[in-house]
Every structure is written in structure tokens, then in C-alpha cells.
Design a protein around this ligand. Sequence first.
Ligand code: ATP
Ligand code: MG
Length: 1074
Amino acid sequence: MASYEEVGIGDAVLLDEISVRAFVDNLRVRYNGGKIYTYIGEVCVSVNPYRTISLYGKEYVAQYKGREIFERPPHIFALADAAYKAMKRRGKDTCIVISGESGSGKTEASKIIMRYIAAVTNVAGQQEVERVKNILLQSNSILEAFGNAKTNRNDNSSRFGKYMDINFDFKGDPIGGNVQNYLLEKSRVVLQQQGERNFHSFYQVLFGATDSELSRLKLKRDVSQYHFIRQGGTPRVDSIADKADYKQCQQAFKTLGFTQEQVDAIWRIVAAILHLGNIEFSSGGEDTQIMNPKVVNNIAELLHVSPEEVRKALCHRVIAARGEVMEKRHTGSEASFGRDAFAKAIYERLFSFIVDGVNRAIEVRYEGTAARYKYSTVIGVLDIYGFEIFERNSFEQFCINYCNEKLQQLFIELVLKQEQEEYKREGIAWQNIDYFNNQVICDLVEQPHKGIISITDEACLNVGKVTDEMLLEAMEGKLKGHQHFTTRKLSPMDKELKHVEEFRIKHYAGDVVYNIKGFLEKNKDTLFQDFKRLMYSSSDPVISGMWPEGAQDITMTTKRPLTAGTLFKNSMVALVKNLGSKEPYYIRCIKPNEQKSPVIFDQERVTHQVNYLGLVENLRVRRAGFAYRQSYDRFLRRYKMISQYTWPNFHGGTEREGTKILIEEQGFTNDVKYGNTKIFIRSPQTLFALEQGRAKLIPGIVIFLQKMWRGAVCRLHYRRLVATLTILRHYRLYKMRSYILELNRVFKNVRQMPDYGQHVRWPAPPLVLQSMVADFQSIHNRWRAHMILSNVPKKDWPQLRIKVIAGDVLMGKRSDWGVREIWEGNYLASTKDNPEAATFQSAVRNMRNKDGFREVLFSSMVRKINKKDKMAERAVLLTDRHIYKLHSKTFKPLRSPIPISEVTGVSVSPGQDQLVIIHLRGGNDLVVSLSSLSNANRVGELTGLLLRQYSLMNRSELRVVVAPALQCMLGHKSRMVTVEESTVATFPAFRRGSKRGDLVYTWPSSMNKELPPPTTKSHHPRHAPPPPPSRSPNPNGYRNSNGYNHGHTKNNGHTTSYLHAQENGRTYANAGRY
Ligand SMILES: Nc1ncnc2c1ncn2[C@@H]1O[C@H](COP(=O)(O)OP(=O)(O)OP(=O)(O)O)[C@@H](O)[C@H]1O
Ligand SMILES: [Mg+2]
């Protein structure tokens, strides 16, 4: 009913019409559409596909695991899951009853169920549970080898009924199990119809065993040599791989813990039966002889008994009468009968032994874990023969059909009981359901004294010659008038029944005519005691252990053993009782055709099966009152979208009220009943209408859900993102705060430090603060500058600025660049430097008037060399716009002034000399030696002023070269000026050098000044105590904020100190900005 693509109607309860025809038509439509499973409520009808279909893979297991039956398309997994869930959730024992005729797929279904259970259990991967599962699955191959055979209906037909319990622990994991077998078709051991085979085991050993194994078993790899397996004429079948199956069976024996001795004994018994089939008796007369005594030897050897005893048991019978023991020789036919009975009996015993072995392997182990498994729950799986109606039906069919009557009885009882109980629980008035109750047929078979089994047993009890005909007569006598029993004598007009041979039972599933021949014998199931004793006498403990009753003394009067009919009846009663105590689930298998074809749907054959399986009856019971019922919560959850009052959620009361509102809105009130916990819907049409309404809305809802889900996912991501960012932000803040605190700690006392913390190492900043730290450092630098500058009088700042600029390019390169001097600039205006200061000043005024500059930046006497290498005394004047070359006396300009923009660079030497080369555009540089009366050092001052003015005017920096040999241009020629110190010279002078074009500038070393040690060295190490305050403070010296003098005698010692401090590596560009 879920919204999947359906073919036909998935649940027959929803068919418009309840009839066999409508039901079969629906099965056909579904079968042709590849849908082999159809529900009748919770009963699963399975039509054998006769082909491998991919319906059982992992993806299917996942689709059905933990789901409700109605949620997914009909599937056997859904039923297995329902049984498993009921067992696990509610702790209920459940059982799955699989029925159907031979070849309809019962055994396959039971294996699919077991595999499903194996797939959904043991999620914890326990080794022990895995072992149990493996044993449960492998037990199938042994049981099939010994209990299955090729028949004309099914190449792998189970010739026994099987009921298997699987035990589960409290977690729902399988911990063991138990197999119960019913009525093995042992007649097959000695007799097979044309086209059929004996049990697979015989062929497996012939085709699968090695040559040496075969020779030990005294066998030849030739089916035609053995009477018991050659009768059907089909030793090999395409669909059966005997050799591989033998291997698998041997492996399974190992897995299940059969000992080598046991396995050996098993195959020896199988071989002995084959040999037994070849025993022939001489016919005629009382003196029956074995024609092929060699075969007897083989049998004796294989069974570990003496050949003589084998021969005796086959030809004689020992009877004890009134304390006397007599030996009676068999007639030929008696001997043959005995031989066959013996062969059948040994095989049956062998089969029981194997089932016991399987049970030992899978039994629930209690050792040490008794308490844990005390409350194990069970799922039973019943794979039992369905109704059989052959041309000729004998005692076996009678038993099988009786079994099906019992199961139908149970089914009706349980379904009706469940239905009735549900009505009661739900407070709905019980309505009579019109169905056929087959109790009367069960009684016909099993009632004491009057039932067919009782009558047959009585006939067997009679001493003397009681024949099958007499038995039929007895039945006629006792069952006369019974509505479901008749014979030709009782209804003479019924020409279908043969006189004194046949009787008909009107089964719930159809009429079956049984032939009475063999009933008595099959019911008695005689096996001469001699054989039991023979087997018990075996020296092989495995074989003798199978026949404990052989130990009884011949003379002991034993109770008559129960007849086969009674044994079967008892086992059926026990089975039904067992199943009745469990919650049942049904799988009804249907065979679509006789040809084992995947494409034929034989309408007639299927109709027949639908009839005798009572499926329509089943449907009728299920539909008797209501086609559909569902708990209110589930109902509302499924259909709430149909009504505006219930979508998306009903808030107006209980789920029952919600359901009611929905039903009323849709106008279905008259077709439903409200139970205590469930809604009951009478007609399928109502349900269809609901389903259709739902199906129409589902696509929109799916899109809506997708939309919501996408939104939810995005919101989730967004929230995560925001959270991440918050964490990031806080973390970043934390890191920053920690760093700032650290800075705080490290720089706490910098105010007290002589270098204001310049030497303090900056802790490594977190990544986020790296760019910020540069700013901090710049702030620190500014602060330091501020601290230093605050000790410098404002009027000295312009001078300091020039010094910084000069220092920037000269410090460290020139030994003395005049930093310690007071830079006054316009020296020629002062009589200190120029006695003709007045003349100079008047000349300057003229020039200012003429050229319109604003201020004089620098003036000095110089010794100049020209392009002709001639030295001359001159004066140089630097204004804010030009450079003038002046006459040394009159101070008149000798040429028109050179605009500062013409300057291209400055070169000076590293020594104390006063050489300055001002590079100019036009091929004639100004090459001069500054001179003064006080022998002052003014190279730095001129360089600084020139640099500053140039950068103010051109917004770019001038190149400064400091080197002992300097290049210059004179008369458009490149010349080298080499600086030489001379001890003999008394004044600085230029001369030609040794190389053509070179010039030498000599500087008298006598003019060198004594330099104080570098100022940086006077800095105190970080933790060293500051120097003591100067006792007699220099009148020109400044104090820093600590009150300490820097120890320079000149009035601008602070500047020097600052600039030298910069030498530690700080840039002068920064300082220049101050
Ligand atoms: N679900 C299935 N998928 C594929 N093939 C199947 C399926 N069910 C049955 N068959 C085929 O049908 C054959 C007969 O099935 P199975 O032996 O289960 O019948 P059965 O009802 O147990 O018969 P019997 O009463 O004779 O034992 C299988 O050997 C297999 O080839
Ligand atoms: Mg089977």
C-alpha cells in the first residue's frame, strides 16, 4: 500500500470482488509483471518464479529490516521480519507455516527466511552466534541430501516434513535450534516411479566419493548396477550436481561435528542398502535361498555383522510362542517383503540418526550460560507437504492430506480467534463470519473409535487374515452417512469410485479418492525382530546404537508398537499444539505450471491450488468484517496530509479524534467503525480513495521536505559557521590580549631605561597581530623620539632634522661628519668665520633681490678645482633655490646660480677631509674643499641641507656616495678624485694624479680632530645601573628625562646620543620623519 509502483493489487484484501477468479486473475497479472508475492492481509502468497530473481540481496534486506508489513511491496522478507520483530519486541514465540504442493517453493522459502534472519541478526558480530547461524544454514544440505529426492514434480523434492525451531537470546541473536522431521517417504528407498530418483544421498555417494572410498564401500560408479536406484531410469539430472553436493554434504557433516566414525557408518549404511536391493531369492517352495551370497558378504562387511546372520535374517524368522522359540523359513515373497522392509527401516533409522546429529549440533548450549538462555524465544519454520491429489492416492497421501486439514483447522482457529479477540479488544460488535469449518473432516480421520485411523488400527489388531477390503467394509460400516466420506457401496450412483477398493474424502480443499490397497500393511509397518537384533549385533557402535531395541530377548513379550497412522496422528496433534502456542505467520506457495517454466501461468493449475489451499476462504475470513484496520496513530501518520485539519499535525485532540475528523471530512463515515485503538474500514474502495488522495500529495510533500531539509542543513551550517567565527574571535581576542599583556610586562619599565626600551626584544606576535606590531613598534619609536625630542629645545629642531638627514647617509660611513658641532648654516654672515661678513651680506641681499630666493641655507669659503685643474679660493652659497659660486672677496656670483634641480648627487670621502663633490647636470660638477677659520667639519651639514632641500623641491632623494676615490665630471669628462691624507701638507689641496685625468685631493692629517669614542658604547647595558649624574652639568648640555647627561661636552650632545642610538639598526628614514 505504500507509494511504490504496484502491479495488480498487492493485498488481495483490497480486491473489489472476492472470488477465486478475481483472486487468480490478480495473481496472474502480478506474476506476469514479475511480482511473485501477494498478501492476504498478513498471509503471504508466493508463486514459484522458476527463475533466479534478484529480490533477496542486501539492498532488499535493508528495505524490509524493521519495517511494517504494509510499508513496502509484498515480500517474504516482510513476513520474516514481522515474525522476527514480534519475537524480539514482544518476546513472543512465533512460527512461520509454509505450505503448498510439491515444487511450489516451500523449501526455498524456508531457506530465504533463514538467510534473512541470518542477515539481520548478530549485529554485534559475535563469533558464537555466527557459528550457530552457519550450522543452521549448513544443516540444510545434509537434510536435503538424505531427505530430498527428484520426483516428477520437483527435482529437489523434500520427502519429509520439517519443522525447525530457531532459538534466540534476549538480544534477538540466534543461539541454536531444533529440527523435527515428519513422515519420511521411506517407500522411495525400494521403489521409484519412472522419471524419479531415490534419495539424493545414494547418487551423491556414487558420483561424489573417490575410487578408494567406493572400493571400501564395495560399490561401482554405475547406477545401473543397483536395483534400488535404477528403477526411475534417470540417474542424472541437469539441475542436480551430485558430486559437488556430496562434497558440500561431507563439509556440512564436519561443520556440524559429526565424527569420522559416524560419517563412515552413514555412508556404509547407504552402501549396504544399495547392496541389499540386489539380493535375490530363489522363488518357489518353502526353502528360500539367496541367489547371490557374495552380496550378503558385502552387506555383512559394511554393517559389521556376520554374513551368516545376515543370510539368516533375510531368509528366516524367529518366533517365540508360549515360551518356545521357533525358527520359520520365509517364503520367497515374504523374504522379498522382509528385505524391502529392512532397507526402508535402516534408511529411516539412518535419517532419524542424522536429524539427531543435526540437533546435537544446533541445540542451545546451556553450559555456564543457563541463566542467560533460560528465557530464549523461538521462531519456528514449518516446511511441510501440501495437499496431494494424485491419480492414485494411498496411505501416504491420506496422512499428508490429514496433516493439511489439521493445519487449516489451526489456521481458521487462529485467524478467527485473532479476529474475534481483536473485535473484543476494540469494542466492536462481533459479526458472524461465514466460513467452512473443517473440524468435521479432522474428526473423520482422528476421532477415537470412529475415525479412519482408529478403524484401521483396529483392523491391524485383529489376529488372522484381515484384508484391505475388510478394512474398507469396516469403514463403510462405521462412517455410513458421514457427509465427507463415501464409497461406491455407500453411493452406488457414484461411478467414479471403484467397488471394494476406493473411498473418497471430501476435504476442505477438494475431493480426494483413496485406494485402500496397502493401507493395512503401511499402517502396521512391520519389521521382523530378526533385523533389529541383527543391527544391534553390529560391532560398529554407531550402527548398533541406532537399534537399541535389538537388545530385547526374543521371548520377551513386547507391547505392540504404535501403528504408523497413530504415530503420525500423535505427531500432528503435538505439532498443532506447538504451533497453536505461537504467533503464526503463513506463507502459501503456489506452483504456476507443471513444466517448471518461468513464463507459464497455468490458470487451471493455479485455480486448483488456490482452491485447495483455501486461499479465498482465507480472504473471506479476513474480509468478513473489515477490509482494513489500522491503529489510529499509524492511520493518522499515513493519511494526515489529506485533510487540512490534520496536516501537518493534528493538535485538536487525540489521534482517534484526528482520524474521525479526517474520515468525516472525506465523507467515509458510513464505511468505518471506530475501535478503541484502531479504525476499521469496511470496503477497499474507501482505502483506495485514501491511498489515491495520499499518492497525489506525496510528491509535493517530498519536495517540501527536501526544501525544509535543505534549509535545515544550511541553517545548521550557518550556525556552525557563526559559532566557529565566535570562537575564532574570542580566541583571537584572547591571543591579542595575552600578547598585549605580555608587551605590557616586557615594556613596563622602558621609561626608566636610558634608551627608552630600544634594546628590548619584542616578543613574537601571534599571526593576527603581525601587521599591528609594526604599528606598535612605530608608536614606540615615535614615543622614543618624543621622549628624546622633549629634551631638545624647539629652536634646535630644524638643525636636528638636518642632522638626522645627514646621519642617515653618512653615519657609520664617515668617521666624522660634524654631528657634534652646532650647525649654523650661513657661516659667512658671521664675523666669526668671515671678517668680511658685511660685504657678504650686502652681496646676498643683491642676489636675493635679483634671484628672489627666500633664505640662505649655507655659506662657506671653499677651495675649488675647475675643469682645467686650476684651484681657486671661492665662496659657496646654498639658498632654498640655488647654489652660488661667489668671489672670495667680493662675494659676487661668478656665474649665474645653479638651480637645485640641476643637482644629481653628492660624493664625499669616508675621512675627516672637507671634500664635497656636488654632481650637476651638464658635465661640470662642483668639486670643492670646504674651509673655515675654525677648521670646522661641515661636510655633513652641507650634505644634509642639500639632501633636504632637494627632496623638498623634487620629492625624490639625492644619491650620496661615500668612498675614498670619487668619480666626478669636469669639462664633460669623467675624472677620479682620490683622497689622500698627508702628514706634510699644511692645507687641503688638489693636484693632478699620476694617471691622466685623475685628481688627488690631499688632506693634511694635522687638521684631523681627535674623535671621542663612539657614542653607542657609552650606552648602558639594559640592566646596568645608569651612570652617575654629572656633577657640573655642562651649560650647553641637555639632560634626558632621567636627569642624566649623555656625557658630551657640546651643547647638542642629546642629538648625538639620539643619532648614535639609531646606529643600532633603526632606520634613519623614520627618524627623518620626526
Ligand atoms: N523464490 C524462488 N526463486 C527462484 N526459484 C525458486 C523459488 N522458489 C522455488 N524455486 C524453484 O522451484 C524449485 C522447487 O522449489 P522447492 O524445492 O522449494 O519446492 P517445495 O515446495 O519444497 O517442494 P517439495 O514439496 O517437493 O519439497 C526449486 O528447486 C527452485 O528451482
Ligand atoms: Mg521442499
